[in-house]
Design a protein around this ligand. Structure first.
Ligand code: NAD
Length: 428
């Protein structure tokens, strides 16, 4: 069953007349309980998996009436609050790939939220695109995301969604039309808007912690290579110059973005170049810091062997091609890697507290850049890099250990309420 293609699996669901199903981890029995006996093979897969299943509290699914789209909500851990994380709309070759992605992403969000000091648990939405239909068709999207909103309402708030790869603000508004359990809606409807500038600020904080740990003082006089001059890369360059960086080298595959940054910083020592897709030469520049701010998976054994910088710190999601192997490789090479899920937290931070409203110079945002707050990006990065050095464990591994512990702390007001919600969903 797990090896089936999504279409085979969907055909099976239809044959069995299963429109909604779930898998819940039963703490007392120490095993996963499937909603339907026909789906026991999936529960067995989860129970036996050592890599991605981490006693996720609940996995919920529905198949849409139209378009045959499988929609999922993966809830990892909710001690700190409702599971929060974006909804991805993506194509998958097999059901195993799909389940693994959801499990991994949900746990990743749990750790990201915990390290950010947010009182949120971790979860992720993942929907499988059906290649028979045009993904960009607005009618299809309106239907798919409206259905997802209805689906979330039935989950009674154990998972609160957000924007992710393959989903845009218009889609989020569609979700919002059918549920209150979403964030990242458009500013006209009360959403928080583009988080890229705070994300760039978070990267700067991570860099500041790394240069200090490396005994290099501050960002003043440093040279930095930035891969990708988009929404995050561009303000990052601005902040770097404001911090007194001596030189910034930047690369982007989009000529317009290169032209834009050249115009923005005419009197600064900026060397911005257009590169071909797949040209990663920017990562190998002889600089103090490399900042991956384009796509993920750029750090692998081949690229790591060519990196000359002492620090890698950027915004791109999932920079390590293999999270364990490449974390270790960078560490062994003496390169300080500031985990991406720590530095790029401001995306989720920005939208996570939308329901509390907005004030100027919002303390709920600004504290993430404040060296006096225990959970600020600087302090967390400093703590992780310091412990990594002292314990001889790579930084991402160190960060995961710290995050795991934090993620088990109960919300100070609501406690482990979302687990109660999950239980109430199945106790009919
Ligand atoms: P973006 O699309 O605005 O910018 C990415 C830039 O990278 C684009 O200009 C693109 O042309 C360029 N690019 C793509 N492939 C490249 C390559 N091989 N070499 C050089 N340039 C390349 O995206 P963004 O919002 O700036 O986000 C950048 C990264 O940070 C992404 O991985 C994103 O998932 C992650 N991130 C962003 C935020 C945020 O607040 N925007 C938050 C968390 C994580």
């Amino acid at each position: 069953m797990i090896n089936q293609t999504p279409q085979q699996f969907i055909d099976f669901l239809k044959k069995e007349n299963i429109k909604r199903f779930h898998f819940i981890y039963d703490e007392k029995k120490g095993k996963v309980i499937a909603s339907h006996k026909q789906l026991q093979a999936v529960a067995d897969f989860l129970d036996n998996d050592k890599r991605d299943f981490a006693k996720h509290e609940g996995l919920f699914f529905q198949l849409t009436e139209k378009y045959d789209i499988l929609q999922g909500a993966f809830v990892h851990r909710t001690n700190r609050g409702q599971a929060a994380g974006g909804v991805r709309y993506w194509s998958y070759g097999s059901m195993e790939d799909y389940f693994r992605d959801g499990l991994r992403l949900a746990k990743g969000m749990c750790y990201k939220n915990a390290l950010a000091g947010l009182w949120w648990g971790g979860g992720k939405g993942v929907m499988i695109h059906n290649p028979k239909f045009d993904k960009n068709d607005r009618e299809l999207r309106d239907y798919v995301y409206s259905e997802y909103g209805l689906f979330l309402s039935t989950l009674k708030g154990c998972y609160v969604t957000a924007e992710d790869v393959g989903t845009n603000v218009e889609d989020m508004n569609k979700i919002f039309s059918n549920t209150r359990f979403t964030t990242c809606i458009s500013p006209e409807l009360g959403g928080s808007g583009n988080p890229s500038v705070p994300t760039a600020k978070g990267v700067i904080s991570g860099m500041e912690a790394a240069v200090e740990i490396a005994g290099l003082g501050t960002l003043e006089g440093k040279t930095v290579a930035v891969q990708g001059t988009g929404n995050v890369g561009e303000p990052l360059i601005r902040f770097l110059f404001e911090k007194g960086a001596k030189k910034v080298i930047a690369a982007d595959i989009n000529p317009e973005n290169i032209e834009k940054v050249n115009k923005l910083f005419p009197d600064k020592n900026l060397q911005a170049r257009i590169v071909e897709r797949g040209d990663n030469s920017i990562l190998f520049e002889d600089v103090d810091i490399v900042a991956p701010c384009a796509t993920g998976a750029g750090l692998n054994p081949e690229s790591i062997s060519k990196i000359k910088a002492k620090i890698v710190c950027g915004a791109a999601n999932n920079q390590l091609e293999d999270s364990e192997r490449d974390d270790k490789l960078l560490f062994e090479k003496g390169i300080l890697y500031v985990p991406d899920f720590l530095t790029n937290r401001m995306g989720i931070v920005n939208c996570a507290n939308e329901q509390y409203g907005y004030v100027n110079n919002d303390e709920m945002i600004e504290k993430h850049f404040d060296k006096n707050w225990e959970f600020s990006v600087f302090n967390m990065a400093y703590k992780i890099l310091k412990e990594s050095k002292e314990n001889g464990t790579p930084p991402a591994e160190t960060a995961n250990k710290i995050a795991d512990k934090l993620s088990l702390e109960n919300h100070p007001i609501t406690g482990h309420r979302s687990l109660k919600i999950i239980k109430s969903l199945i106790d009919k």
